[in-house]
Design a protein around this ligand. Structure first.
Ligand SMILES: Cc1cc2nc3c(=O)[nH]c(=O)nc-3n(C[C@H](O)[C@H](O)[C@H](O)COP(=O)(O)OP(=O)(O)OC[C@H]3O[C@@H](n4cnc5c(N)ncnc54)[C@H](O)[C@@H]3O)c2cc1C
Length: 452
């Protein structure tokens, strides 16, 4: 093994690298960043990226809000990685359905699990079954064109919406509900959700959290966007922020700026001429959702803080609403019985030969940049194990898996197939004056880009 310092990158060359096969499961940011770094650390290695959808990019395509187009620019970096001749994208292949982890282990020197955290967490309280009690995850999948959520239904012919959970995902949902429809038209939001949102009567969106203003999970950029929404006033139930001004200066830097902004917003005189209201309600835990068939309100317990933890008191209150979103986080699942899944943390730890990256590894927290750092670290760990000779058994790579897929009649979508889908979406978008109109039908995607 020889180490060479080329500019800022330490590169290692090995005659084994050409026969070093890596199978990555999941074509979201974690999978792509890990591939990008592995190509640097072990030049010449062969990387196959399996993805259950016919299209790549995970939550960048199906989670990141349509009005955050600039965030989606990371797909240019991912596309560069995918265009490397040593990288193969194999879309429409699901681990746990078409292929198993054991098959991957037999075919690859290293398997990297990067399949994210797709399930949403339930509130597990009475009334959650009522109609118009919906999952923020599904709503987001619906407006972003995720094929499994294309038939999701929400009744927007109502005025009062509540979102349980105070993270950035809750703010995304609130912003989409409160943004003037013409601002959304120029994004890649799906046409069917534009149509539904254009008829929305939602007037007030209240975001409820268990803890206080100092513990909110959303970040300043997303909060500032809420304050800038045209025709939307804020109502932070002013007294909730009483006394906060006295401690702001003692807070660490990023938090200090956010809390100052929240405090100032809570003191602003609300213009009565604005049509819609964005509210924040702190220190409340939902106990039950009320209504006959459809949600009519929520019973809340008032909380106090013990340290950083919320503790329920006997004080209760009712809040009226006719739409309730749960937005209390995502969760990974064990997609194959051999995945070394930690059921306590719902994550997959690192093992020699089988690695995990992204939200499947860290839990469903953090933004794309933190996912990138983590993927780079895991790529370095794989490089170390490769160096130490722990992964040098001869493996066939894609040859064996392609036979499995052929035998099962799986139609796969390669990078050229994705390019066809991408081209069609962009062409449809041009006609509608938007960046793209996403195809939401798997069969149509396969017709455009699939091959046996
Ligand atoms: C609603 C929302 C908005 C967000 N907005 C932002 C933002 O504005 N800015 C920002 O920086 N970050 C944002 N994030 C965070 C960012 O999306 C994540 O940090 C990042 O996507 C995590 O990457 P990942 O690769 O671990 O997971 P994912 O992006 O979820 O990728 C996992 C991939 O695995 C595939 N997969 C799942 N199961 C299987 C299987 N069995 N077999 C094969 N493939 C499978 C999935 O289809 C998916 O493509 C947002 C997250 C959410 C939920």
């Amino acid at each position: 093994m020889k180490w060479t310092n080329l500019g800022h990158t330490i590169r290692r060359y090995s005659k084994n690298a050409n026969s070093f096969h890596v199978g990555i499961v999941g074509a979201g940011p974690a999978g792509f960043y890990c591939a990008q770094q592995l190509l640097k650390i072990i030049p010449g290695c062969r990387i196959d990226i399996y993805e259950k959808l016919p299209v790549p990019f995970g939550l960048v395509r199906y989670g990141v809000a349509p009005d955050h187009q600039e965030v989606k620019n990371v797909i240019n970096t991912f596309s560069k990685t995918a265009s490397n001749p040593n990288v193969r994208f194999i879309g429409n292949v699901t681990l746990g359905q078409h292929i198993s982890l054991n098959q991957l282990k037999c075919s690859y020197n290293a398997v990297v699990l990067a399949y994210g955290a797709e399930e949403d967490r339930k509130l597990n309280i009475p009334g959650e079954h009522l109609s118009n009690v919906v999952s923020a995850t599904k709503f987001i999948g619906w407006y972003n064109g995720l094929p499994t959520n294309k038939s999701f239904h929400v009744n927007l012919d109502i005025e009062d919406a509540i979102i349980i959970g105070q993270g950035n995902v809750a703010l995304d949902v609130a912003r989409i509900l409160l943004t003037p429809i013409d601002n959304l038209r120029k994004t890649d939001i799906t046409e069917y959700s534009l149509e539904a949102l254009s008829k929305s009567k939602v007037k007030r969106v209240t975001i409820i959290g268990r803890r206080g203003p100092l513990q909110v999970a959303f970040t300043i950029k997303e909060f500032r966007e809420m304050l800038k929404l045209p025709q939307v006033s804020t109502d932070f139930f002013e007294h909730q922020m009483d006394g906060i001004d006295k401690i702001i200066n003692d807070l660490p830097r990023p938090r200090k700026r956010l809390i100052q902004l929240m405090y100032d917003a809570s003191r602003e005189v609300t213009s009565k001429t604005k049509k819609k209201i964005f509210s924040l309600l702190f220190l409340r835990t939902p106990l039950s959702i009320l209504g006959m068939d459809s949600v009519e309100g929520v019973e809340l317990a008032e909380n106090i803080l013990e340290g950083e933890k919320a503790k329920i008191t006997n004080e209760k209150s009712l809040l009226k609403c006719d739409l309730l979103f749960r937005s209390i986080g995502y969760r990974s699942v064990q997609v194959d019985p051999d995945v070394p899944f930690d059921t306590q943390s719902s994550t997959v730890p690192q093992n020699i030969g089988v690695y995990s990256v992204g939200w499947l590894s860290s839990g469903p927290v953090g933004v794309i940049i933190s996912t990138m750092s983590h993927a780079f670290e895991v790529a370095a760990l794989i490089g170390k194990h490769f160096d130490e000779g722990l992964l040098n058994e001869k493996k066939p790579g894609y040859d064996d898996i392609s036979k499995v897929l052929k035998d099962k009649g799986v139609i796969t979508v390669g990078w050229n197939g994705w390019a066809e889908i991408d081209k069609t979406e962009i062409e449809r978008g041009v006609k509608l004056h938007k960046p793209r109109e996403k195809i939401v039908d798997i069969d149509e995607m396969i017709q455009l880009g699939g091959r046996i």
